[in-house]
Design a protein. Structure first.
Length: 304
């Protein structure tokens, strides 16, 4: 039996001693207010046993981690039609790169970079009557937790400074790959990214990706082929131009956000979330990456 609790406790101890903690994102002004010294980790195993250390119950802005959830909802609504509007190739570019420019056909490289996630947001805006409310209850139902909310200050803050996302959405519109108004789609996207969760809530939400599409209450949200595809996308695209490094150091499908969260999973075994708001130059949590490297090395559990 692996002693997950001992390992998480020692990861938290090492993190608390770390001096060089990276830099908190400040291009969304509201995120710049978060204390860089926070660190939390939570792990849930296949039998739903939980282990945690540090500030695992303190909510933070999940940002790009939400892209996996919006993709899941879009797949449930229109299935493989999604892939006509967004590709599935790693970009090797930063999250905010306008990589659809180089393709010159308006099809973003994958749904986990910003232009791809904006196309997914457009699909949800078209499909849903009350997009923000319905997306929020989709997430609450998966997590079995109705206390999960949007952080409206963060959404407002990003709306004021999200110039590059406006550029991406306008570019998509010019290529005919955005059916709704730019403002409406981005309002949805900024709210989606502002979802506020703690590490424990993130592992409850992402449990279904390690459990064949069945959430913690055993309700089916995704088919097995859909889970396979989403996990493949997390592995190849979940960390932008650092996806190779994450596979190399950690060896799990996962997703990061500029709020400093990372969620990762080993199918049939465990789902883990870390939070440390200081980012490395590629926009991924510095201590989160180190923590997960330690976890998979010490437990000898990775997909490889
Ligand atoms: N909302 C952020 C943005 O669009 C998400 C980026 C991220 O978490 N990598 O810039």
């Amino acid at each position: 039996m692996i002693d997950f609790q001992r390992i998480l406790t020692s990861i938290n101890e090492a993190a608390s001693k770390e001096k060089d903690r990276g830099k908190v994102a400040d291009y969304i002004p509201e995120l710049a207010k978060v204390d860089v010294n926070n660190f939390g980790i939570h792990l849930i195993d296949s039998k739903q046993q939980s282990y945690s250390a540090g500030s695992s119950n303190k909510p933070f802005s999940i940002q790009s981690i939400s892209k996996v959830l919006s993709l899941s909802m879009a797949l449930g609504l229109i299935g493989d039609e999604v892939w006509k509007r967004v590709d599935v190739e790693p970009s090797g570019d930063p999250f905010n790169h306008l990589s659809l420019l180089e393709l010159e056909n308006g099809i973003p490289r994958n749904p986990l970079i910003n232009p791809g996630a904006i196309v997914i947001a457009d699909i949800l805006v078209s499909q849903l009557e009350n997009p923000k409310e319905e997306f929020l209850s989709f997430v609450q139902n998966i997590a079995n937790d109705h206390t999960i909310v949007f952080d409206l200050d963060v959404a407002k803050s990003e709306k004021r400074t999200g110039f590059r996302n406006f550029a991406a959405a306008n570019l998509l519109k010019s290529y005919g790959n955005l059916n709704n108004d730019v403002d409406v789609v981005l309002d949805f996207y900024f709210h989606q990214c502002s979802l506020s969760m703690c590490c424990a809530q993130l592992t409850s939400t992402f449990f279904m990706f390690m459990n064949h599409g069945k959430c913690i209450r055993n309700n089916t949200f995704l088919t097995i082929p859909q889970v396979k595809r989403i996990n493949a996308l997390m592995l190849t695209c979940g960390f932008y131009d650092e996806a190779g490094e994450f596979a190399f150091e950690v060896g799990l499908p996962g997703k990061s956000g500029v709020g400093g969260g990372i969620v990762a999973l080993l199918p049939n075994k465990f789902c883990v979330a870390t939070w440390s708001p200081g980012l490395n130059p590629k926009g991924n949590s510095k201590l989160g990456m180190l923590a997960l490297e330690k976890l998979t090395t010490e437990t000898e559990l990775s997909i490889f």
